[in-house]
Ligand binder design. Structure first.
Ligand SMILES: [Zn+2]
Length: 413
């Protein structure tokens, strides 16, 4: 199947400016780009499908860099365990379709609520049985007793969704279990979080030998490692251990920032800002009482996160878009809001934020040589957006502005 997209202005994620060009897609890939309007139509004969891109921007598909497809409108981690598995799988599959519909053609998972949900979704998407983004699947978060993901003290009948593994031996076994079940990304919680009473965000329950055992197994099998790390100590542990993608980093001190910068060609960071943003600034809308927000000291976390990412941007560290969407506070499908947050809070130019959401995301997916740009030979993950998102990235938040969502040459929406 060939598709000719005509009359659009192309933003290729390599240059700041859009340019007038027609784009021919053949099979899964971008075959030809011509700046001479109409030339491709003359050269190629009947291609089967013509898409009119008048008044639109043609750009690479978005990459969700901190994805939880199995977070199906939950209000806490602990709630996940109470969803019957049958309902949970279907709701997660619906999330996959929803995300693609909103322009995210790739998703990099930062944890699955159950061991095999991501894996099953990825396999079904790859087999053409389920409409969804290209997915790098994660397993559950690996954690230690009392750490984030093991919230038994708070809700005695609930366990959270982490896989608890204390000590290097148990950690190796847990990591190997994820490998056996077919995950791509291995996730570990190094720091705690504000809502875990015995493991706050600035505490670091995980020990070095546990982290090293985790990374050792991931390396043996060529898996990608991702970590939850809010405390400064947890960021340093993550860098030293060679974690591939370090999330949050809110409380990173100057030594931690230096370490991230020194290793910027090896690692990615992601703020997962959407949840923090909505908890602090929009909790009213979602019925979360102000006292709860205050008790969790969200203002301080927010300010720390903003300061950290302004600094990481300045230092040229690769920052991925993705905001912990899937909680009741962060409905799946609103993920593109994070791109605007990069502009509004972290000092990104609009084009720079789009670059994070496309090109940097493709790099995170492990596909930098064939994804994330509008370039001949690259995979045809393309969005046709009404208006100019390089001027106003908020256009991407409205699904109705997406005239076309194409993944690997197939038009889905
Ligand atoms: Zn997350």
């Amino acid at each position: 199947m060939r598709t000719l997209i005509e009359n659009a202005l192309v933003w290729d994620a390599e240059h700041a400016e859009r340019r007038a060009a027609d784009v021919l897609v053949d099979g899964q890939r971008i075959a030809k780009i011509s700046e001479q309007r109409g030339a491709l139509r003359e050269q190629t004969g009947d291609v089967g499908r013509y898409v009119d891109g008048s008044d639109c921007t043609l750009m690479p598909g978005l990459v969700e860099g901190h994805c939880h497809l199995s977070f199906t409108g939950i209000s806490s981690n602990a709630e996940i365990g109470n969803i019957p598995p049958e309902d949970h799988v279907l709701a997660s599959a619906a999330n996959a379709t929803l995300l693609l519909r909103h322009g995210f053609t790739s998703a990099f998972s930062a944890a699955s609520a159950r061991m095999r949900i991501d894996v099953a979704l990825r396999n079904a998407i790859n087999a053409g049985q389920l409409v969804g983004p290209r997915l790098r699947a994660a397993g559950p978060e690996l954690t230690v007793t009392g750490g984030l993901g093991d919230e038994r003290q708070m809700h005695q009948d609930r366990t959270g969704f982490g896989l608890v593994a204390d000590g290097p031996l148990a950690m190796r076994q847990a990591a190997r279990t994820c490998v056996r079940e077919g995950v791509d990304n291995l996730k570990i919680n190094i720091s705690g979080d504000q809502f875990v009473p015995h493991a706050l965000g600035e505490q670091t329950p995980l020990c070095v030998d546990e982290l090293e055992a985790f990374v050792e197994i991931a390396r043996k099998y060529g898996k990608t490692t991702v970590a939850h790390a809010r405390s400064s100590e947890s960021v340093k542990l993550a860098v030293r251990a060679g974690i591939d993608c370090i999330y949050h980093c809110d409380y990173a001190d100057s030594e931690a920032l230096d370490m991230l910068e020194a290793n910027r060609d090896k690692l990615f960071v992601g703020p997962a800002f959407g949840l923090l943003h909505n908890t602090l600034l929009e909790h009213d809308k979602f019925g979360v009482p102000a006292e709860v927000v205050e008790r969790m000291n969200m203002q301080r976390k927010f300010e720390s996160c903003v300061a950290t990412y302004r600094e990481l941007r300045r230092r040229g560290v690769r920052i991925v878009v993705g905001g912990d969407y899937g909680f009741s506070l962060t409905p799946m499908g609103t993920n593109a809001r994070d791109i605007a947050h990069f502009v509004n809070f972290f000092g990104f130019a609009p084009v720079e934020a789009l670059h994070s959401a496309t090109c940097v995301g493709a790099d995170l997916m492990g596909l930098r040589h064939e994804l994330g740009l509008v370039r001949e030979g690259f995979l045809a993950d393309l969005l046709l957006v009404e208006g100019d998102p390089t001027e106003d990235v908020r256009l991407l938040q409205q699904q109705s502005n997406l005239r076309m969502v194409m993944k690997e040459g197939i038009v889905y929406f």
